[in-house]
Ligand binder design. Structure first.
Ligand code: GTQ
Length: 344
């Protein structure tokens, strides 16, 4: 492609006149906004290690009372986007949240969608629209756009979880805001227990009116499914499941997609290069993760981020099963017609 003229190729006087009229010449910036062949992501291959996060998060528990934090979170920020912008990728936000025994993170609702993946500790819960979801290790709990949610803790040890939000996107769209609310009454036990064996609730429940029929995806159950797939001799390709809305079969949220991958002992999985950034978080085990030219050794509770069109290898060189939680931007990209996969 032709090298295009730069701003310096124009007379200063002309550029000043443009600026005064709020005008900008396209051609000096054309290759920046439309780079040839593939995007040039700001997202840098980055890992965040739980051994670094945990002591700092517990210290935050001493430094800042929950009343002064509302949500006590350390944000996993990608340096490629500038730490102050609090992005893991262009669309995804990651935070590690701490709730101490007897603390309460008050009820609110906001336009960004959120989920939490429970990392450590027991006894905490999230109440979503009157549905109390207990938090157990590895569980995925949805707090979709516009739904009231609060976090409480009846246990006796710190609880830590990973938050994934589409906040960077929603904020960029100038659509991000929050509303505060009162303590919620628990009014529902939810419907997740009725879907597992292929049946659905009928009484007192209008199925098509429930955009989020499952709020809590149990890790114990998800792990059993992955292990069953691993036992299937006809299984080819990665042992991978998606968190879906069982009514529609589609992604469980609109913007970010969630899945879980199992690596058998000594198994290597090579992912295709995809048009979306991706997050990897180790639920159990250990993975040697290669993202483009970078390598990371991730243990339980560690998290990493890969940019779009990355070459990604997940290598389990241990004798243990490894389970990885994955978040990506594919639901959004598919809706916009931007999703693609390239052979490596
Ligand atoms: O738990 O509701 O990490 O509102 C950022 C914003 C968590 C939450 C975050 C939030 C929450």
């Amino acid at each position: 492609m032709e090298q295009l003229a730069t701003l310096d190729d124009l007379p200063k006087n002309y550029v000043n006149q443009l600026t005064e009229s709020n005008l900008v010449p396209l051609w000096p910036s054309l290759r920046n906004v439309l780079p040839p062949q593939k995007p040039v992501p700001a997202t840098i291959e980055t890992a965040w290690y739980f051994k670094d996060i945990k002591p700092l998060l517990l210290e935050a528990g001493e430094l800042t009372p929950i009343e002064k934090a509302e949500r006590r979170v350390l944000v996993l920020a990608n340096p490629g986007h500038g730490l102050e912008n609090m992005r893991a990728s262009a669309v995804m936000y990651l935070g590690m949240q701490l709730l101490l025994p007897n603390e309460w993170a008050p009820s609110h609702r906001h336009t960004p969608n959120a989920v939490r993946l429970i990392v450590e500790g027991e006894g905490a819960y999230t109440t979503v629209e009157g549905q109390k979801c207990v938090m157990e290790h590895g569980d995925l709990i949805l707090t979709p756009s516009g739904l009231w949610h609060e976090h409480g803790h009846d246990g006796d040890q710190p609880v830590i979880w990973l938050d994934v939000l589409d906040l960077p996107l929603v904020y960029y769209m100038e659509a991000s805001y929050v509303q505060g609310g009162d303590v919620q009454e628990v009014t529902s036990v939810g419907h997740a227990h009725r879907y597992g064996v292929g049946i659905a609730p009928t009484t007192d429940f209008v199925r098509e009116k429930n955009a989020y029929p499952i709020m809590r995806y149990s890790w114990k159950e998800t792990k059993k499914v992955l292990q069953a797939i691993a036992q299937d001799p006809t299984q080819k390709g990665p042992i991978l499941v998606s968190y879906i809305n069982p009514e529609t079969g589609q992604d469980c949220q609109n913007i970010i997609g969630y899945s879980a991958l199992m690596l058998k002992p000594k198994q290597t999985v090579q992912l295709q290069a995809r048009s979306t950034a991706q997050i990897f978080h180790v639920i159990e085990g250990h993975v040697h993760l290669q993202i483009n030219a970078k390598t990371f050794d991730l243990d339980k509770a560690d998290t990493a981020c890969a940019p779009c069109f990355a070459h990604i290898d997940l290598i389990n060189n241990t004798d243990q099963e490894t389970f990885i939680f994955i978040a990506d931007e594919s639901p959004l990209q598919k809706k916009l017609g931007l999703y693609s996969v390239r052979p490596r």
